[in-house]
Design a protein around this ligand. Structure first.
Ligand code: ZN
Length: 198
């Protein structure tokens, strides 16, 4: 039987995605036996990030200020709003150098099996953002996975019903593929060849 504080650590590690009881136990043993300094950095890193990091009020990505640098930049085109699933996808899109508008980060995708529906994604915030009167085109750049496609479909219906023009990035992105795994040339092409959703 483990000491209760160790049990507490094992239980806490299980909040990580894909970590079951056995791997949580392995991680806890490793940290306490082999890397106490690393464990301390981990604890401090989590604590600091929890205090400092919040969601940008405009694009919903992670930031340390109320509005992120990209949203306040005068170099971006405010008439285009690209919707992505995660901050990683947004970074991938930036690296492709094919887009200079603004973003909205869903921080997920509609996934009924995981209990994530429109309400969990807080889509009312997105609707308010897209309907600010300045945005002329919403570009759906969710992944070409079943869930990403379902999310794009749901969003396009929602946005079109409010008179907002919607396009979808072209299928240079492989079926079942996440933006994260696509080379930037392919992603740039998908952005350039985006199509209107009618
Ligand atoms: Zn922002």
């Amino acid at each position: 039987m483990n000491p209760s504080s160790l049990e507490g650590l094992i239980e806490a590690l299980r909040c990580l995605p894909g970590v079951g009881p056995k791997s949580a136990q392995r991680m806890a043993y490793y940290l306490l036996q082999h890397d106490r300094a690393g464990a301390k950095r981990l604890a401090e890193g989590i604590d600091t990030a929890l205090r400092a990091v919040q969601h940008c009020v405009r694009c919903n990505t992670f930031t340390e200020s109320e509005t992120c640098d990209r949203c306040t930049s005068s170099k971006r085109d405010p008439t285009q709003l690209c919707i992505v699933e995660t901050p990683v996808d947004m970074n991938m899109m930036e690296q492709a150098h094919a887009y200079s508008g603004l973003y909205y980060v869903l921080m997920g995708r509609i996934s009924p099996l995981d209990g994530v529906g429109p309400r969990e994604l807080k889509l009312d915030r997105l609707l308010a953002r897209a309907g600010d009167g300045i945005v002329r085109e919403v570009i759906l750049a969710t992944n070409y996975t079943n869930e990403g496609e379902a999310t794009a479909h749901y969003l396009s219906e929602l946005l079109k019903s409010r008179g907002i023009a919607v396009t979808r990035i072209a299928r240079g992105v492989p079926v079942g593929g996440g933006l994260e795994y696509v080379d930037s040339g392919t992603l740039a092409q998908a952005m350039r060849e985006r199509r209107p959703l009618v």
